[in-house]
Design a binder for this molecule. Structure first.
Ligand SMILES: C[S@@+](CC[C@H](N)C(=O)[O-])C[C@H]1O[C@@H](n2cnc3c(N)ncnc32)[C@H](O)[C@@H]1O
Length: 226
């Protein structure tokens, strides 16, 4: 299993997306050529839509790569005078992201922090109203509580690639080293669904995403039906 969404469906949706800025196409090409994993355009559009709908202003991204998803979110957040902090451990990717932020004219408004999210995440000061988790899949479980902690009530946590090219669903693991990551992603999915402070939906979009909302008041959510 590699593709969660049928190719024809993905293609159909992609063709209906509004035209995107030229810079996005340039980034998609660089990512393709250098085999850098970035979100699909329809996932980028979903991130933009979520941030715009929620009127998010303080965003934290974990896993910048070359800044593609960052710029999708920025389209919604920066016109509202919002701010984005994004964390990346890979130096060439962080440099490429800075280059693209400059090209987009938003380098002053996006704080890229180079380093390991396993430390940097714990140095962040909340609350954030939007957190995008898109770094090493094996670390999602480890980061979950801290992300929830950093979210403001009503804020959203989006995690990408939760099906890991379908391996989380099929159990057919391509490389031995992915076994732990798959087990941890399954655990992440169970934990986000059971977590007392968030409500989560799992969507078969891109490579699988979860969208979790931090509860406003523990007593007011999930009231008895009658
Ligand atoms: C899937 S890519 C991010 C793609 C990006 N969000 C996009 O869609 O445009 C994941 C990135 O997380 C980074 N990463 C992995 N582990 C990390 C860590 N512990 N701290 C910070 N970044 C990390 C990787 O170097 C990689 O560039």
């Amino acid at each position: 299993m590699t593709n969660i969404v049928q190719e024809e469906v993905q293609q159909y949706i992609r063709e209906l997306l509004p035209p995107r800025d030229e810079l996005f196409y340039e980034m998609e090409q660089e990512a393709r050529e250098k085999m850098i994993p970035i979100v699909e355009p329809e996932v980028g559009h979903l991130l933009y839509w979520l941030a715009a709908t929620k009127k998010s202003r303080r965003v934290l991204e974990i896993g910048t790569a070359i800044g593609y998803s960052t710029l999708w979110i920025a389209k919604a957040v920066l016109p509202l005078e919002g701010e984005i902090t994004t964390l990346e451990i890979n130096a060439p990717r962080a440099e490429a992201a800075c280059r693209y932020f400059k090209k987009a004219g938003v380098e002053e408004k996006i704080k890229l922090v180079f380093g390991d999210a396993r430390e940097l995440l714990y140095e962040q000061t909340g609350p954030f109203d939007f957190i995008f988790l898109d770094a090493a899949k094996g670390k999602y479980v480890e980061f979950l509580d801290k992300c929830v902690d950093l979210l403001q009530p009503g804020g959203i946590l989006v995690a990408e690639d939760v099906f890991m090219r379908g391996m989380v669903i099929s159990g057919e693991i391509d490389k031995r080293r992915n076994k732990t990551a798959v087990a941890r992603l399954r655990s992440y999915l169970e934990q986000v669904m059971e977590h007392k402070s968030i409500e989560t939906i799992i969507l078969p979009v891109g490579d699988g995403i979860t969208i979790s909302t931090k509860k406003d008041d523990l007593s007011s959510m999930s009231p008895p039906l009658l």
